[in-house]
Design a protein around this ligand. Structure first.
Ligand code: HEM
Length: 431
């Protein structure tokens, strides 16, 4: 159905109920209006698997230069500030280094130049090398869980594990002060992407923290340029970017911050969220534990299934670059699309019984939680490594994971982009 037709489905994807449980609405949209015009947001929401793939492939017609969308959301927040707060915000912003787009919000050929440089950080060799670090962090957090029997899994494991791993890989100094600051600043940066309403004072605190984080990272970049080490910041700081004319140059501070920012916001909360959803699936399906324990291959399928079932990045935008159509639905130059990975992953045209976790599903890796095409998640080998080793070790050390009966069922954060559980209280026993 086109946006010009008189009858449109009246759907508010932003209502708290639909953000907390979007799946019934996604099904309705896939069946009735797979490209749906969301008037309030001026967005065309795409929900069917085949159409998402089509959009992602047609990069010339559907651009990733959607900074304006994120900028618009930030502007809305800025407008909630009082005049004094706006003045304060301007002052803080003066201390900020400009961040140019790299990778996520660029198209070819600029995208390719940054992507091929950053891909050095995620080669098979690099990921293999990180295995010992990943295991060490997971073991440390598992040891801390021993004998407790009841805790918030998000706080005890799901949040700290990916954050400690990315901090080690980046080369954040291991002293307590640096780590405490970095954890707080990274959490604050990721919170900004949730696009949930925030009190004005909080906006100013976030801005200050973002400036401090930039200064902290730039100090490390400069140190690594003087004395390179074997970590991600050193590799980025000492890599050369090949310009269009073939000339090579160092990355600027802004470019390095842009890449690191993507690692922090795209890489941490997403992996943490998947740990949380996977634990909820275990609690909801008690017979899974015995089928998975000690079986690396099944655990891999389980992780893919969880990513399919609860895509941590529910959706991302694309911009239409010329008048065209998508599955017969007319689009105009400048229209903004919103791809819903969470809806495509439950498409019954692609997956049998999509609302069930099937640890024997063939081609479970066809799930779209990491996107596809040229922007396919560059950090997916690291995320998969963390999740696969994490659940192997959790199930080897503990049993009988259940939702804590003294607390209600956990509810997802109301967010349009990142889908995560703020807390997940469970009980379990040591093995
Ligand atoms: C379960 C965990 C993760 C999920 C669900 C996830 C999801 C995604 C998705 C959907 C995209 C595609 C964006 C698009 O098509 O526009 C993406 C891209 C990206 N991800 Fe991830 N991600 C995860 C983990 C990570 C990690 C661990 C890192 C880095 C440490 C990372 C860094 C990136 C970067 C840099 C991009 C941009 C790639 C490009 O534009 O070429 N992600 N991710």
């Amino acid at each position: 159905m086109s946006q010009n037709q008189e009858v449109e489905l009246e759907i508010n994807l932003f209502s708290p109920e639909n953000m907390i449980d979007p799946y019934p609405v996604y099904k309705l949209l896939r069946d009735e209006e797979p490209v749906h015009y969301l008037r309030d947001m001026n967005l065309h929401v795409v929900t069917r698997y085949d159409l998402l793939r089509d959009v992602i492939k047609r990069t010339e017609e559907f651009s990733s230069k959607y900074d304006q969308f994120m900028g618009g959301a930030q502007m809305q927040m800025f407008n909630t500030l009082s005049d004094d707060q706006k003045a304060e915000a301007f002052k803080i912003a003066q201390g900020m280094i400009d961040i140019p787009p790299t990778m996520l919000t660029l198209d070819e050929p600029e995208h390719t130049r940054y992507r091929s440089l950053v891909s050095k950080l995620f080669t098979g060799g690099q990921v293999k090398k990180s295995e010992a670090d990943v295991r060490a962090v997971i073991e440390e957090n598992i040891t801390a869980m021993k004998g407790k029997g009841r805790l918030d899994f998000m706080e005890a494991f799901a949040f700290p594990v990916p954050l400690e791993i990315i901090s080690d890989r980046l080369g954040i100094p291991a002293d307590k002060q640096s780590r405490d600051f970095f954890y707080e600043a990274a959490t604050s940066a990721a919170a900004a992407l949730k696009m949930a309403p925030v009190p004005p004072e909080q906006i100013l605190i976030r801005m200050k923290t973002a400036v401090d984080l930039q200064k902290f990272l730039i100090r490390l970049v400069d140190e690594c340029r003087q004395k390179p080490k074997d970590d991600m910041i050193s590799i980025l700081a000492n890599s050369k970017l090949t310009e269009e004319e073939g000339r090579e140059r160092d990355l600027t501070h802004g470019e390095i911050l842009s890449v690191l920012n993507q690692f922090l916001v795209a890489g941490h909360e997403t992996t943490a969220s998947t740990f949380g959803w996977a634990m909820l699936v275990l609690c909801d399906n008690p017979d899974l534990e015995d089928q998975l324990r000690g079986d690396e291959k099944r655990i891999k399928t389980f992780v893919e299934e969880v990513l399919r079932f609860e895509a941590p990045v529910q959706g991302l935008p694309r911009v239409v670059t010329r008048d065209t159509d998508l599955g017969g639905y007319p689009l105009k130059k400048g229209d903004m699309l919103m791809l819903r990975y969470g809806a495509a992953n439950r498409d019954e045209r692609q997956f049998n019984e999509p609302d069930k976790i099937n640890i024997h599903r063939e081609k479970a890796g066809m799930q779209m939680a990491f996107g596809s095409g040229v922007h396919f998640c560059i950090g997916s080998p690291l995320a998969r490594q963390e999740l696969n080793i994490g659940f192997y070790e959790l199930l080897s050390n503990f049993k009988n994971f259940q939702l804590d009966p003294t607390v209600g069922r956990p509810v997802a954060d109301p967010s349009f982009i990142l889908r995560a559980l703020p807390e997940l209280r469970v009980t379990y026993q040591d093995i």
